[in-house]
Design a protein. Structure first.
Length: 347
């Protein structure tokens, strides 16, 4: 399958640079796979699309302010803490990367915090480098003071204090992600409460969204792409709840592609049927058209960048033709795209 099948042109002004005034005031495009129809609504109406006995499965990953603005010999450098190796030692991505060389000292917040580059290149993946902070105190305890939220690169502005709230879901709990599971950004506590009152079960799991979520597929044949691996936790309690709902013919709605990947990773054949198994592991499951979903019946998702594995997963779930039609209508009707943009529910 050729990568160009997942390309599209998007006017730059449709890339949302700020969140909607209110979380639930985003627009909602509804794709009905059985009818082959596309309709338009507002996110505040989403509760009407669920039935008693359905499940809403959410990713409760919490984003830390792991983007640090520093200086090297008086010149600015942008550091993203990608992965903690041990206390005060991290795999990082630097911009511009050429300024981060072995032995170079970086100062943060007027050199109240300093770090040294220990290794110019750490492996081949994403050109990561190894950085060690010099103070005795664990840098994790200072991130709220010196760090900013790691907004995606297509948001062309410096994050502000509002982003610490709005680039986080209202149910964020498990720290460790460097990107938000953005399909969940539209929910308010009031909407979640209304869903529960409607007897929709809300089930959390955790997948730590990593750097790979923004990486475009470069292989011309998508089957040649190596999927990035991300850590997840899917508890016994969550598995039990979802299995019980499935036996009663309730629908499972995955909030976001991250949630869908965990559910599909944990779905296994059991006595001729499908049963969800609890796991704490890494998943590199690559879902693209031709994949047969085992556990997900509905998918809530934002609009994704072209040529990405996220768009391929959505295309696999909705069907390529219907997905292209949905994106075409979203562009025509001036929906807001990507992390702070509008969303789509596929039923």
């Amino acid at each position: 399958m050729n990568i160009n099948e997942f390309n599209y042109d998007l006017p730059k002004e449709l890339i949302a640079q700020f969140p909607a005034e209110r979380r639930d005031r985003s627009r909602l495009l509804i794709v009905d796979r059985k009818r082959g129809s596309i309709t338009h609504s507002g996110f505040e109406e989403i509760t009407h699309l669920f039935k008693p006995g359905d499940a809403l499965v959410i990713n409760d990953a919490k984003v830390k302010p792991v983007r640090l603005m520093g200086t090297v010999s008086g010149k600015k450098i942008d550091i993203l803490l990608v992965e903690r190796v041990k206390k005060n030692l991290y795999r990082v991505k630097a911009k511009p990367a050429a300024r981060l060389k072995p032995g170079i000292e970086i100062g943060f917040k007027e050199k109240d915090v300093t770090a040294f580059c220990k290794q110019a290149e750490f492996g081949q993946q994403h050109g990561l480098k190894l950085l060690e902070f010099t103070q005795e105190l664990d840098i994790e305890s200072k991130l709220d003071q010196i760090g900013i939220m790691p907004l995606p690169p297509y948001i062309k502005r410096i994050p502000d204090n509002k982003d610490k709230i709005r680039y986080q879901t209202v149910y964020a709990k498990a720290e460790g992600a460097i990107a938000s599971p953005t399909a969940g950004l539209h929910f308010t506590k009031q909407i979640l409460c209304r869903l529960e009152q409607k007897q929709v079960k809300i089930v959390p799991l955790t997948l730590n969204v990593g750097l790979g979520t923004f990486v475009p597929v470069r292989a011309e044949n998508i089957e040649d792409h190596k999927m990035h691996s991300e850590y997840f936790e899917f508890s016994q309690d969550a598995a039990n709840k979802i299995n019980q709902i499935r036996t009663k013919q309730g629908r499972i709605c995955a909030v976001g592609t991250t949630t869908a990947r965990v559910l599909e990773t944990c779905a296994a054949e059991d006595n001729g049927g499908i049963k969800l198994q609890p796991k704490s592991s890494n998943t590199d499951l690559f879902i693209y058209p031709g994949y047969e979903f085992k556990a997900v019946d509905m998918l809530l998702t934002n609009f994704h960048l072209p040529r990405t594995t996220l768009l391929m997963l959505v295309s696999a779930f909705a069907g390529q033709k219907l997905c292209r039609q949905a994106y075409s209508q979203a562009i025509e009707k001036r929906y807001r795209f990507y992390s702070y943009g509008d969303c789509m529910l596929i039923v």
